[in-house]
Design a protein around this ligand. Structure first.
Ligand code: ADP
Ligand code: ZN
Length: 220
C-alpha cells in the first residue's frame, strides 16, 4: 500500500503519518525531515538544499524526486510507504506516477488533511520539535525549562528556523500556488480522501484509518 499525505504546512501530516504508518505497518518517508537531516550533517545534499529551505521555497524537483525514488527502492519500503510532504507540485506528482507505472505499481490513496489558514499559522508559530526523536509539540507563548524537554525521550525541544512568521507566510504562499492544485489532480483520478484536520490528534488519526479501510474495501 502506497499513500500520499497532502496538506498545507501545519496540517499535521507528519504527526498523522506516524500514527497511520504504525497501524498499517508502513514506513513513512518525510522529505522535509530527510532534507533537515542532510542540512544537519552538512553533506553535499544539505549544502544544496539549505538556502531553499531557509526561504521556505521548494527544493528543485530533480533533487527531490531522485531522493524519494531512492528511498522507495530501499528494502524497508517494500511493504509500502506513506509519503509525507511529497509530491508538492505537479512535476513531482507526474514523475511519481511515471515511476510507479514502470514498476507496475500505483499510489493507492491520497489523504488530504484540511485545516483553515488561521489555524495553520497558529500551529506553525507555536511548533516545537524534539532534536532527538522529532516529536512535534504545539505550545503557545514562552516555554519554561520543564516544557523544553521532550515528554517521550527527554530530548531538547527547539523551534525550526523556518517556523518564523515571515517564512511561514512564504511556505503557505508556495503551498497555495504549487501544491494545492494537486488536490484536483488526485481527485480527478479517483484517489483523493478528504479528512477534517481539526480536532484532537487521536481522533484525526482514527478518521484517516477508517477512511483508508473503507476505500481499500471498495477497491477489492
Ligand atoms: P512543512 O510541511 O511544515 O512546510 P516540511 O518539513 O515538510 O515542512 O518541509 C520543509 C522544507 O523542506 C520545505 O519548505 C521545502 O523547502 C523542503 N521540502 C520538503 N518537501 C519538499 C518537496 N517535496 N519538494 C521540494 N521541497 C521540499
Ligand atoms: Zn524526543
Amino acid at each position: 500500500m502506497y499513500i500520499i499525505f497532502l496538506g498545507a504546512p501545519g496540517a499535521g501530516k507528519g504527526t498523522q503519518a506516524a500514527g497511520v504508518a504504525e497501524e498499517f505497518g508502513l514506513v513513512s518517508i518525510a522529505t522535509g525531515d530527510l532534507f533537515r537531516q542532510a542540512v544537519e550533517r552538512g553533506d553535499d545534499l544539505g549544502k544544496k538544499v539549505r538556502e531553499f529551505m531557509a526561504k521556505g521555497a521548494l527544493v528543485p524537483n530533480e533533487i527531490t524526486v531522485q531522493m524519494v525514488l531512492n528511498k522507495l527502492a530501499a528494502p524497508e519500503s517494500g511493504k509500502g510507504a506513506i509519503l509525507d510532504g511529497f509530491p508538492r507540485n505537479l512535476g513531482q506528482a507526474e514523475a511519481l506516477d511515471e515511476a510507479f507505472k514502470k514498476k507496475k505499481q500505483k499510489i493507492d490513496s491520497v489523504v488530504y488533511i484540511k485545516v483553515e489558514e488561521k489555524e495553520l499559522i497558529r500551529r506553525l508559530s507555536g511548533r516545537w520539535v524534539c532534536r532527538s526523536c522529532q516529536s512535534p509539540y504545539s505550545i503557545q507563548g514562552a516555554l519554561t525549562e520543564e516544557q523544553k524537554k521532550c515528554a517521550r525521550c527527554g530530548g531538547e525541544l527547539y523551534q525550526r528556523p523556518d517556523d518564523n512568521l515571515e517564512t511561514i507566510k512564504n511556505r503557505l504562499k508556495v503551498y497555495f500556488s504549487e501544491t494545492a492544485p494537486l488536490i484536483s489532480y488526485y481527485r480527478n483520478s479517483g484517489r483523493l480522501i478528504e479528512v477534517d484536520g481539526e480536532g484532537a490528534v487521536g481522533e484525526i488519526t482514527q478518521r484517516i484509518i477508517q477512511a483508508l479501510r473503507k476505500k481499500t474495501c471498495k477497491n477489492k
